[in-house]
Write a protein that binds this ligand. Structure first.
Ligand code: 4AD
Ligand code: MG
Length: 430
């Protein structure tokens, strides 16, 4: 039975067998220091020439970076060791002496690292990010599962668009045209009418020719949808969800955040409630802050969002956007139909929009008018109209972009490091 490095503390004074890879090696002639990693952690193994057979010593001499091996050794507590433990090696069995590893310890350019993404993910920093990503998913699903939401999986291949037709990924579905999903929302609305509070978690696709640090072509979204919930209540759920997620990462990923050198004080602030400003107020703020020619009715770009976020120490909701810049399904404000009951949640520290959400149009007559205004093919939405014919109810939902949330919580420069194998403009490999 193998022991993992993560659980090594339970075996002090005993001999264990670990399966792993050589991360680094130092030698002083009579002693070799083998830095081992097994994916659960790092540990130093100490090999003393006098204490092992000549064969074992000889094998260790040939180990290169990323060589795979089994190591037997006695676990010892050591305050000076990074993880608090070391191993006195008694035996090793080499599985493979690795070829010269392309990712040396020197600096590499981003393109080189991206071409070697399948190996790059072995680095301590990338491991930390992927572990935090997993914790974020766990925290979000945990929160929703505990608050009465049911997980529902919408399809990936779809006959219609949810977020406009300009960035649809087209494919053939035998003789029909089909698209990769941009958002599961419309299906989640159907699910909410069946199961009340629901959420989906899956990949979504946008053929956007954007080459920014916030855009991926394939990204993962969590999309809650809630029957009998209005815009205001939806905001409360969103802020609780995000605050819970940040606190879970702080509590459960201390080591990973340290590896990333993340400024924890910026995360400790993240508690509900979050501030709210209207689109109108945001425009006013921009006019005062050097964006004098921003006109009412335009959508915010990254520099605008960053400027707005600078005024707050936690995520901020921008609510009530102009109806014309938002999607066809958003419910107009009954008191002011030129704006919709929607909100984008903008993360602090320049990370931009992490959530887009709204109350949905429940009135069949109003929804009917929207297809033409948005140049959408009416036939593809026949089933969606049924949701307004057979017991329509007020309902709201939102989509949380996983990679932007991971980038923010980890404090990364770019979303490309937040997903194991990023799909970006000009990058489909590996
Ligand atoms: O604001 P969006 O487009 O909203 C929707 O798709 C709604 N149908 C969601 C819903 O109400 N169920 O996208 C939601 C979030 C954004 O706030 C952003 O975090 C992320 O998805 N996102 C992207 N992340 C990475 N790369 C891209 N190209 C993204 N586009 C959106
Ligand atoms: Mg949006």
């Amino acid at each position: 039975m193998l022991t993992t490095i993560k659980e090594i503390s339970a075996h002090v004074g005993k001999e264990v067998k670990v399966g792993g890879w050589l991360y680094n090696k130092r030698s002083s002639g009579k002693i070799q220091f083998l830095q081992l990693r097994d994916g659960t952690g790092f540990i130093q193994g100490i090999l003393v020439k006098k204490q092992v057979s000549p064969e074992v010593w000889e094998q260790a001499n040939h180990l290169t970076q990323e060589s795979s091996l089994y190591v037997w050794g006695v676990v010892r507590e050591d305050e000076r060791a990074p993880g608090g433990y070391e191993m006195d090696i008694t035996n090793i069995e080499v599985i493979q002496i690795a070829e010269e590893y392309p990712i040396a310890k020197k600096e590499h350019g981003v393109d080189f690292l991206m071409d070697h993404r399948h190996l790059w993910i072995r680095s301590p920093r990338q491991q930390a990010i992927l572990r935090i990503r997993a914790e974020i998913i766990r925290a979000i699903q945990g929160f929703l599962d505990e608050n009465g939401f049911t997980l529902v999986d919408p399809p990936v291949l779809t006959p219609s668009s949810c977020e406009g037709t300009t960035n649809l990924f087209h494919t053939k579905y035998f003789d029909e045209d089909a698209y990769l999903t941009q958002s599961g929302q419309l299906y989640m609305e159907a699910a909410a009418m069946a199961l009340n509070k629901v959420y989906s978690f899956g990949p979504t696709f946008r053929a956007e020719k954007s080459k920014t640090r916030r855009h991926l072509i394939e990204f993962w979204m969590i999309e809650p949808e809630m029957a009998f919930v209005d815009h205001e209540e939806s905001l409360k759920i969103q802020e609780q969800l995000v605050a819970h997620t940040v606190q879970a990462v702080l509590a459960n990923c201390k080591q990973e955040l340290k590896t990333l050198d993340r400024d924890l004080s910026a995360l400790e602030n993240i508690k509900a409630p979050f501030p709210r400003i209207t689109y109108d107020e945001a425009v006013e703020l921009l006019h005062k802050e050097g964006f004098a020619d921003f006109t009412w009715g335009d959508d915010f770009g990254a520099p605008h969002e960053t400027k707005i976020a600078e005024s707050f120490d936690r995520p901020v909701f921008i609510t009530h956007y102009p109806t014309e810049v938002k999607s066809f399904y958003m419910k107009p404000d009954p008191n002011r139909p030129e704006v919709v009951l929607c909100a984008d949640m903008i993360a602090p520290e320049g990370y931009g929009e992490i959530i887009g959400g709204s109350q949905r149009i429940d009135d069949p007559v109003l929804l009917e008018q929207r297809y033409e205004q948005h140049a959408l093919p009416r036939e593809a939405y026949e089933w969606y109209m049924d949701l307004r014919k057979y017991g329509t109810v007020p309902h709201s939902g939102f989509g949380l972009g996983l990679e932007r949330t991971v980038a923010w919580i980890c404090g990364l420069d770019h979303v490309r490091e937040t997903i194991p194998f990023p799909r970006m403009l000009y990058r489909l490999y590996p």
